[in-house]
Each structure stands twice: as C-alpha cells, then as structure tokens.
Design a protein. Sequence first.
Length: 496
Amino acid sequence: MGDLKNHLHKLFGREPSQMELKAFSCFDTDTADRKKRFRRYSESRPLYLNIDDEHFIYISHHTSRLRCKLDMATRHLDSTLCYKHDGGSIMLGIAHAEKNRRMRSVEIPYRIFVQNAGNIDENLLHAVSEFADHMQLIRDESPWERLCRTCVTTNTGGHITASAQRLFINYANGLLYFVPDHLNLSFRKTAEAFEQQPHFIGKTVPYPILSLDNEDGLLEIPITTLRLLQESMQKYMENRTPYRENINNTPLPEINAASKKSMDKLVAYLKNEAEENPSQTYTVSDKIPELQIDPFPLKGLAFNENGIELHTLAAIVDLYAQGLIPLALTYYMESSVSVPRKLDQLLSSINKNAKLFEIPIANSCVVPGERNRLKLFFISKFSDQRIPQTFQDPGDFICLLGDPSGTVRGSAYADATGIKSRYSPPGVMRGTIAALINVLDECKNKGILSSVNPIQRGGLFAALYKACGSGLGAAVYSERKSPESVLFSESLRRHF
C-alpha cells in the first residue's frame, strides 16, 4: 500500500484521501495476497480466429469450466466445445460477425448490473445475455475493480451509486452487464429466473468520468487518471529480478545398458504419459475445418528461458511434421515465484517463438503454485499434405534429421529407470530448428518422403517403436560410443 500511496501522491500532487486509497487499491501490485498478484498479472485477453468471412472461433482458457462458460456468455457465441485438462478448461466458441456488439456509451445510456455467478444455467444465461451490449467476466476480484478496468479499455464513464459492501466484496466468479436503457425491463424480467439475480449498481454517462456516489462520499475520477495509474503501476511491476531456476548438473548415476526389460518399462511409462495428456479432435460445423487440440507438457527440460524456448520450438516443428497447421497457442503455467513479473522472460520466450511462425496466442493461465510446470496447448487444423508416421515400404532408407549427439539427462528413459533429472540447454539454435520445417516441406513437395516421425519423449527408440506400428521393422546403426544417448536422448529435438 505504501508504493500505491506514493504513486497517488505524485499523480494528484497531494495526499490521497481514504476513499481514494480504497477506490484505487485494485491497482496496487504490491498486495500481500499472492493469488491477487497473479490474477492481476494474467489478464484475460480474447482471441478470435478468422476462419472465413462469416465464422470466427473464439478461444477461452480458464482454471475452471464454469469460468469458461461465463466468459463464453460474454461473447454472444452460438455454440461451444470444451477441452478439459488437469489445470483448467479450454473452450472453443463459434462467433458470427453480424452478432458482434460494441458498447456505445456516448450515444446510448446503459444500466450497469453485477451478478455473483455460482452454478448457473447456461440456457438462461444465454437468454439474459441477449439484452446486454457488453458483458465482462469477474474472476477473483471485486465488481469495482472489473468496472474500473472495463472503463479504461472502453473509455466509458459512469455514475455508480451502489454501496461499498456491494462494490468492494470479492467474487470468485461473476458477471458485469451493460444493458441499454430501453431493454432494462426485459432484462430484469428474464433475469428473475436466476437463483442469484443481477443487482443494479449504476449507469453510464456520455463523458469519460467515473464517479462513485455512496455512503462513503462522492469521488469523481477521470478515465485518463485511471489509465495513468494503471500504466504507472504496470511499469513499477516490470522492475523485478527475472526468475532463474537452479539446475543440478552433477553427473548422472550410471544407467545400465538398454535391455528388453528397461525398454518395456519405457513403453509403459510413455503410455501413461500419453493417457494423461491426450489430443482431441473437434468437428465444430460443416463449414469450419476439423480442429485438433494438442497438449505439450514441459517434461525433462528445465523451467528456464532456454528450456522453454526449446520446448516451444520443438512442439511447433512436431505439429508441422505430423501434418498439422497450428492456428493458435494457449498455455497453462504454474510457478512457485512470489512475484509473477519474474516470469516475464519465460513468457516472452513462448511469445517470440510463436510469433516466429505467426501463431497468435490466446488468453492463458498463469497461476501461483508450490512447483513449476508448463503445458502448451496448440489449436490446429489438418494440412492437405499429410505424410504417414508409420513405415510404408520395406527397404526404405531411414535418415535422422538433426544432431545425433545428446544426453539422456531429463529423458523419459532416465525417468522410467528411476533417475529423475532435468536438462538445461546451454543455448537454443532457433534458426536451425525452425529450418527443419522448410526441409520437411521441400521433401514433401519433391515426393521423397514415405513417412516422417518427430523425436519426442522417449527419443529415437520411441519414434522407431511408433513407426513400426504398420508391421514393418527397422535396422539402425550408430558410430557413437553410447547407444543409450543416441536411442533415448531428447535434449536435441530431431526428426527421422
């Protein structure tokens, strides 16, 4: 609160009043509540994928299915599909351009309602949302905080008359409605069926000033002041020491030479991992291409900038090798850090590598936890040029594309044999890894590939095991002294 008070003093040129401190506390980045720090850092940013001139896919990623449903309701979507994972849910919604709405507070007066949403009926929610030109999801915050942020992003003023008890209590999940004045009665009548009905808190005004008028007194706040405060506090947040994970690079215990027993263990281990992180295919409609969601958990690589960069690049190249075209990326990150801004460099690593392939990033989840973990989720469509992943003809030449050297540190083989470790790459050859896609495309166009397989968890052994699923076997050789590092290394993502 001390830093917030200093910021307000500089902004106003005087000591802030108690009412101002209370009203602006939602912008305090130095709150003692760790969950609030993460929630304020991880804003929900909508992503619309333009499939054609009529249809859009809206992607929503939240820590609960209920929150996804509420978020979808705010977008006036026709239908939704859901992919559930251990950290939350990803929902895909179909939107039509003609149904897109925008708030016009200068031209139209709106009544503002707030609703504490628990277990809510989807059909009723859809019916009520038809009367609102704009809706906002409230998540682990107060209605006042969400209202302030909405007014800043939409440059909308308002006159709020609700009590402090109504405005400043935190909602786990809730909704903010902006209903045109002429639809007020219809909205209220339809909303009567809710177990927890929306409450009126104020009206919009045609000028950019947000005023709070209740039992605490009268406070008038220009939207420019709110915006300046939000931006100044964001700059304060950026001045944080980046997160650095310490990796134990002591030599691994000796791993016994590969045997049938150890390979059977590895196959069972990889099967369990695949069942925990399944891919799912969705048919949204006849007019929209079939979509697939693929999860890529960070396994074996260090939770640092190089580890995450290698993981992101490898996942993208793997998708292209499988004949998929990534359309969007979202992620779930859990971290043990106390200040989420320490994760900026890690998230920047994901962003810049997605941008390299022109893959937009949807709203993602960054949450506090007791451990560090990351899971990437790609929404993709199928390419017209798909190449099988199993061997097709006897006598085909098998070529390893990439550096055959590596280490078994952090590999599924080491995990399956009881040696838990992580690999921290000293550097990432981004251009070289990205060039694999161009090489694969060139080979596809020339028709010289009968099958292709990315080397993922389990290394070359797992890729060969999968490729032999057609009934054909393989004979491979290596001049390396350690066959384990050639067969099981995952440290340098490769393809064959």
